[in-house]
Design a binder for this molecule. Structure first.
Ligand code: ADP
Length: 614
C-alpha cells in the first residue's frame, strides 16, 4: 500500500506522529467496520428483548408496545403462539446479525491494524536508516530493534482488540443505559451510583499500568541489546572464554525483566477484581431495592429479572473497557517510544540548496577543520591539508590520534563543528549526500560481509553490475582464484559476517567491491592490519591495482606499507604535525622518523626472535 505509506511518512514529517493521521488513509475500511460495530451493539442490546416479550406478552398476557404490535400482528398474527414464534425467530435473527457484524468488524480491524503497522514499521525503519552515524553511536541497537518490533506490535494489538472494541463497548454502554432508563429510571440511577468510583479506579490504575508498561519495555530493550551485542561479538566472547560471564549477565538482565513484568502484572491483576467487587455492589443495590419493591407488589418479577439481565450486560462493557486499559497503556507507551525515535533529526543531512555532485576529479582539501564527538573533548584541531586529484596520501600517527575521524568526515559520516572540507574546490555540504557517497569507496580494517552469495556481496555497492564485471573485479582483487575453488563458486553463500572466509579473503572481497564501484575517491582504513604476510602480499597487490588513478587516502599502522605514498600526513594529539614524503619526513627527524625508527626496531626484534620461537 505505497500510497498510505507515503501518507504515514508525511504524518511523521510534520514533527509529531498522530494516530488519526495514521488511520486516515484507512477511513473507508474503518467506516465499514464502524457500521459492523453498530450491528454488534444493536444485537447485544436486543438480545434479552425476546425474553422480555415471552415473559410480559405471552406468560403475563400484556400487550406489545404499539410500534412493535402493529408489525407483529401484520406479519405473524395477534394470537399468543404467533407472538411466541416471532420472539423465538427474533433470538436467531439477532444472533445472525451479531455474528455477521462481528466477522466483518474483526476482519476489517485486523486488516487496518496490519496496514497501519506496516506503514509505521516502514516509516520508522526509513527514519532509522537515514539517521547519521552520530545518532547511531548513541543508540543501542537492541533498543531500536525493540522499537521496530514490540512497540509497533503493541499498537497493532491496540487497533486489533481495543480501538473499535472501545467504541463498541462505549456504544453498548450508552445503549444499555438508554434501555434501562426506559425500563426503570430509578433502578438505573441506583445501578449507576457505582460509576464514579469505577471511573476513579480505572483512571488511577491506567496511569500506574502505563508507568509499569514503560518500565517493562525499557527492560525488554535492554535484554535484546545484551543478546544483540553478545551475538555480534561472539568471537570476542569465545576468545576471552567469557561465556559463563555472559550467561550470568544475561540471566541477571532476564531476572530484572521478570521482576519488572511481575510488578506490572500485579498492578494489572488488581484492577479486574476491584471492578468485579464494585459491579457486585451495584447489582446488590438493585437486587435488594428491587426485591423489596416486588415483595410489596409495586414491581413485577418479570421486570426485575429483565432489568437484572440488562444490568449484567451494562456492566460487561464497563469491565471490558477497564480490561482494555492495559492494551491502551501499552499502545500509548509504544507510540511514545516510536515518537522519540522519529523526533531525532539526522544531524548530517542535505542542505536545502544541496545539488547533485558531478563526477569528481578527486582533489580533497581540509580547511581549518575542528571536530569533536558530541560534547566530548576535541578530536581534530585546526586540520588543514590539500591532496591533489589522483594522488595517494597516507595518514599516520599514534592510536587514538584522530586518523579514522579524519577519513569519516570526507563522506560526511559526521560534519565538523567548524572549518570546511572541499572536493574539487567545492564545500562537500553543497552536494547531496547520496551523490557524494556514491563517489567514495571504502576498504576498512574489518570487512563486513552480508548473508548473501559472493555475487551479491561483491556487487553490494552496485547491485546492477553484470556478472562479467563482478568476475573481472574479483580477478583484479586477487579473489577470483579462491572463489573458483569454493563449493559453489560465486554462488556460495557467506555467513552472517562472512565467517567462512579468512581475513585476507574478506579484504579481497572488499577490494573487489570497491573496484566494481569505480569511484574517483578511495578510503582505506588499515586494510592490511592483522593479515599474515602471504595474504598481506595478495591484498597489497590488489590494493595497488585498485588505487591506480584514484585519489586515495590510506590510514596505516605499518609505515613500511606507505613508503611510496605521494604525501604522508602525521597526526598527533588531534593536530596535523608533519606533512611530506617518506624521505622528507625521515630527513626532518620529527614524529614520523621516531615512529619509523620504533617500528623498524620492533620488526628487527621480531625477526631476531622468530628462529628461537619456531
Ligand atoms: P585513530 O584512528 O587515530 O586511532 P580515532 O579517530 O578512531 O583515532 O579516534 C580519535 C578519538 O576519538 C579517540 O579518543 C576515540 O576514543 C574518539 N572516538 C572515536 N570514535 C568515536 C565515537 N564514535 N564517539 C565518541 N568518541 C569517539
Amino acid at each position: 500500500m505505497p500510497e498510505s505509506t507515503a501518507k504515514a511518512t508525511r504524518c511523521s514529517q510534520r514533527g509529531k506522529l498522530s494516530m488519526s493521521c495514521l488511520l486516515r488513509p484507512h477511513w473507508k475500511a474503518l467506516t465499514l467496520a464502524f457500521i459492523a460495530v453498530l450491528g454488534e451493539t444493536l444485537s447485544d442490546i436486543l438480545e434479552p428483548w425476546p425474553i422480555k416479550i415471552v415473559i410480559d406478552n405471552i406468560l403475563q398476557s400484556k400487550k406489545l408496545p404499539d410500534w412493535l404490535g402493529g408489525f407483529v400482528s401484520h406479519t405473524f398474527g395477534h394470537e399468543k403462539l404467533p407472538i411466541l414464534n416471532f420472539a423465538v425467530l427474533a433470538v436467531v435473527a439477532i444472533a445472525v446479525v451479531g455474528a455477521a457484524s462481528s466477522y466483518v468488524e474483526k476482519y476489517l480491524t485486523t486488516s487496518v491494524s496490519q496496514w497501519v503497522t506496516h506503514d509505521l514499521r516502514r516509516t520508522l525503519y526509513n527514519h532509522i536508516q537515514r539517521l547519521s552515524l552520530s545518532e547511531h553511536d548513541k543508540a543501542q541497537t537492541g533498543d531500536l530493534i525493540t522499537r521496530v518490533t514490540s512497540d509497533i506490535g503493541a499498537i497493532q494489538d491496540f487497533i486489533n482488540s481495543a480501538l473499535l472494541g472501545m467504541l463498541v463497548n462505549s456504544l453498548t454502554l450508552v445503549g444499555m443505559i438508554g434501555v434501562m432508563l426506559y425500563i426503570n429510571w430509578r433502578f438505573t440511577l441506583i445501578a449507576l451510583s457505582i460509576a464514579p468510583a469505577l471511573f476513579v479506579v480505572v483512571y488511577t490504575f491506567t496511569r500506574r499500568i502505563k508507568q509499569a508498561s514503560r518500565a517493562v519495555r525499557k527492560k525488554e530493550s535492554e535484554l535484546v541489546s545484551v543478546v544483540q551485542e553478545v551475538l555480534t561479538s561472539v568471537r570476542v566472547v569465545k576468545a576471552f572464554a567469557r561465556e559463563d560471564f555472559e550467561v550470568s549477565r544475561f540471566e541477571s538482565q532476564s531476572l530484572e525483566n521478570v521482576e519488572t513484568a511481575l510488578r506490572a502484572r500485579s498492578i494489572k491483576a488488581k484492577l479486574s477484581p476491584i471492578v468485579e467487587v464494585l459491579v457486585a455492589i451495584g447489582t446488590c443495590l438493585v437486587l435488594g431495592y428491587g426485591a423489596r419493591l416486588a415483595l410489596r407488589g409495586e414491581l413485577s418479577a418479570g421486570i426485575l429479572i429483565v432489568f437484572l439481565l440488562y444490568l449484567g450486560r451494562m456492566y460487561k462493557p464497563m469491565r471490558e473497557l477497564s480490561k482494555m486499559s492495559d492494551a491502551v497503556s501499552k499502545a500509548i507507551v509504544g507510540f511514545e517510544r516510536i515518537q522519540e525515535v522519529l523526533q531525532v533529526e539526522a544531524r548530517v543531512r542535505d542542505l536545502p540548496r544541496a545539488r547533485r555532485a558531478p563526477r569528481f576529479k578527486g582533489k580533497i582539501e581540509f580547511e581549518h577543520v575542528n571536530f569533536a564527538y558530541d560534547e566530548k573533548p576535541p578530536v581534530l584541531n585546526d586540520i588543514t591539508f590539500k591532496l591533489e586529484a589522483g594522488k595517494v596520501a597516507a595518514i599516520v600517527g599514534p592510536s587514538g590520534a584522530g586518523k579514522t575521524t579524519i577519513i569519516s568526515l570526507i563522506p560526511r559520516f559526521y560534519d565538523p563543528q567548524s572549518g570546511r572540507i572541499k572536493i574539487d574546490g567545492v564545500d562537500i555540504r553543497e552536494y547531496r549526500l547520496k551523490s557524494l557517497r556514491e563517489q567514495i569507496s571504502f576498504v576498512l580494517q574489518d570487512t563486513l560481509l552480508f548473508h548473501a552469495s559472493i555475487w551479491d556481496n561483491i556487487a553490494y555497492g552496485k547491485p546492477d553490475a553484470e556478472p562479467q564485471k563482478v568476475v573481472r573485479a574479483a580477478k583484479l582483487a586477487n579473489a577470483h582464484e579462491f572463489i573458483e575453488k569454493m563449493p559453489e563458486g560465486y554462488a556460495t553463500m557467506l555467513g552472517e559476517r562472512g565467517m567462512t572466509l579468512s581475513g585476507g579473503q574478506r579484504q579481497r572481497i572488499a577490494i573487489a567491491r570497491a573496484i566494481i564501484r569505480d569511484t574517483p575517491i578511495l578510503i582505506l582504513d588499515e586494510p592490511t592490519s592483522g593479515l599474515d604476510s602471504s595474504s598481506e602480499q595478495a591484498v597489497i597487490e590488489a590494493l595497488d591495482r585498485l588505487m591506480e588513478g584514484r585519489t586515495s587516502i590510506v590510514v596505516a599502522h605499518h609505515l613500511s606499507s606507505i613508503r611510496h605514498a605521494d604525501v604522508i600526513f602525521v597526526i598527533k594529539d588531534s593536530e596535523l604535525v608533519e606533512e611530506g614524503t617518506h624521505e622528507e619526513l625521515l630527513a626532518a627527524g620529527g614524529v614520523y622518523s621516531d615512529l619509523y625508527r620504533i617500528q623498524t626496531c620492533e620488526s628487527a626484534g621480531e625477526l631476531k626472535e622468530q628462529p628461537t620461537a619456531s
